[in-house]
Design a binder for this molecule. Structure first.
Ligand SMILES: Cc1cc2nc3c(=O)[nH]c(=O)nc-3n(C[C@H](O)[C@H](O)[C@H](O)COP(=O)(O)OP(=O)(O)OC[C@H]3O[C@@H](n4cnc5c(N)ncnc54)[C@H](O)[C@@H]3O)c2cc1C
Ligand code: SF4
Ligand code: SF4
Length: 437
């Protein structure tokens, strides 16, 4: 049984750590790769499953002390929000949106980063500025695989061109932390740009490994609606009669805001669909189970969280290049101010909680729904993550009783029917012509 701290005075305790299979099969894994990175060689491998998810597979029985460590760092079993002192000292602390030092609409100053980036290129510009200002030696983020461009790989970028190569949202699986221990072993200052759950994972690790706070100088993230299975992208290929081993490029968006989903083949063909066409049918989003109960998809534990900002109510093809920029920490504020001063970022105007809630209404709904969803899972006898300092109960209190009951009962029913869980993680059988899975 899992464990959840719903607020400071409600806490149910679990008898022991979950096994890797229990984490995965109960839908708590997001495939970050951190468990693989903190275990020894030959303990855990990451596999692409038939469902199109990167999942850890134990290569041998893991002892209780190892499982305890995995449970302490895994963002599926432990999700901690910002420390109470940070909330107390923040310029603004909102129940739903967490700590805020500054909230603006803006974009990259550099036209290339602004165009190539997912929304307004803010994260790319910050990554490049961190390197040019010598605040860090490298940036850990992700980019399309050069050999299999529909897949996403973790990337260490030491220069601006490499940061730019990673620009753009990658909606499929991305094991950002698969060799995070090796990254720490380098002993050099770096920044992490990744999903909120990836940041949660490294903040968890920081409690056990002092090297995280010593070397990871900045953690930047984006507001995240959920990561899709690779099968979502494979369906796009099927639509055009293409196979993965023909691809030279698979870009989800960027090159405009949001830009087109563009696919190029090695023999020079190209097809494109719009962002709206890519996401037109919510039943086919294929969002991973962990995302449906994500208590912090808005990056409360990052230094800066960046969102989309479509001021006309939703994405067309060529919206103004723009991001919502939520500066969350004093360290983030110093970075933000310096980046603006240097021209790396441009501010369009100040914004506020009301506007960001309107632009990100799905995030507002999710923050208010997660407490009841987790309770529903618990009632169904499923393990849930240990959640602290994320005001889930206070967010739920913004819902009516009827809304909370509907969320809780819905999650209980889905959990009982196995719809919040996953099959056991097994590697895919070979599907590519050249033998790769
Ligand atoms: C799965 C996913 C879901 C999203 N859902 C929302 C949402 O609900 N609301 C919203 O406002 N915005 C959402 N976004 C974020 C949005 O698409 C932009 O990425 C964000 O606004 C930053 O824009 P940018 O122009 O600054 O990014 P860029 O300058 O293009 O930089 C993006 C950075 O994010 C990194 N990155 C991209 N994909 C991943 C990944 N899968 N895992 C780890 N790192 C990655 C890249 O390496 C790059 O460094 C989502 C993004 C992703 C990947
Ligand atoms: S979420 Fe990350 S740490 Fe947790 S089981 Fe999955 S890959 Fe491992
Ligand atoms: S919704 Fe949450 S769990 Fe899913 S990818 Fe985004 S941050 Fe991670």
């Amino acid at each position: 049984m899992g464990l959840i701290e719903t607020n400071q005075d409600t806490m149910l305790r679990e008898p022991g750590p979950l096994t890797l299979s229990e984490i995965v099969e109960n839908g708590l894994c997001i495939g970050c790769g951190l468990c693989r990175s903190i275990t020894g060689p030959g303990d855990i491998d990451m596999a692409m499953t038939p469902e199109g998810r990167e999942r850890p597979v134990a290569l041998r029985a893991l002892d209780k002390s190892m499982l305890t460590k995995i449970n302490a760092v895994c963002p599926g079993t432990r999700i901690a929000g910002p420390a109470p002192a940070q909330m107390k000292n923040a310029a603004l602390a909102d129940t739903v949106w967490g700590p805020v030092e500054r909230l603006v609409l803006g974009s990259a100053g550099n036209p290339t980063a602004r165009f190539v980036g997912s929304g307004g290129g803010t994260l790319t510009a910050l990554g490049q500025f961190l390197l040019s200002s010598e605040r860090v030696k490298f940036v850990l983020h992700v980019a399309a695989s050069r050999s299999m461009p529909m897949r996403t790989e973790r990337r260490l970028s030491f220069d601006a061109a490499s940061v730019l190569e990673g620009a753009g949202s990658r909606y499929g699986p991305a094991a950002t932390l698969v060799d995070f221990n090796d990254v720490l072993d380098r002993g050099e200052p770096f920044a992490l740009i990744a999903k909120p759950c990836d940041i949660t994972a490294v903040r968890n690790l920081a409690r056990l490994d002092p090297r995280v706070d010593e070397h990871m100088r900045y953690a930047l993230t984006f507001v995240c609606g959920g990561a899709s299975d690779l099968t979502k992208s494979e369906q796009v290929l099927q639509r055009f009669g293409l196979s993965e081993d023909e691809l030279a490029l698979f870009r989800y968006r960027g090159h405009g805001n949001p830009g087109l989903n563009r696919i190029e083949t090695k023999d020079g063909r190209a097809v494109e669909i719009s962002y709206r066409q890519l996401w037109e049918d919510e039943d086919k989003w294929m969002i991973q189970p962990r995302c449906k109960i994500c208590p912090d998809a808005i990056g409360q534990v990052a230094d800066i969280a960046v969102s989309d900002a479509w001021l006309n109510g939703g994405p067309a093809v060529e919206d103004e290049a723009l991001n919502g920029i939520i500066v969350r920490t004093k360290r983030g504020l110093e970075l933000f101010d310096a980046a603006v001063e240097a021209g790396a970022l441009e501010i369009k105007r100040e914004t506020g909680i009301a506007e960001i809630s309107e632009l990100q209404s799905h995030q507002l709904r999710k923050r208010r729904a997660v407490w009841a969803r987790l309770r529903g899972m618990e009632i169904a006898g499923k393990p849930v993550p240990f959640v602290s300092d994320l005001a889930l109960r206070d967010c739920a209190a913004q819902n009516s009783l009827a809304e909370n009951l509907a969320e809780g009962r819905g999650a209980r029913g889905r959990a009982r029917r196995g719809r919040l869980g996953e099959p056991p993680a097994v590697p895919r059988k070979t599907i590519l012509k050249d033998g790769r899975p």
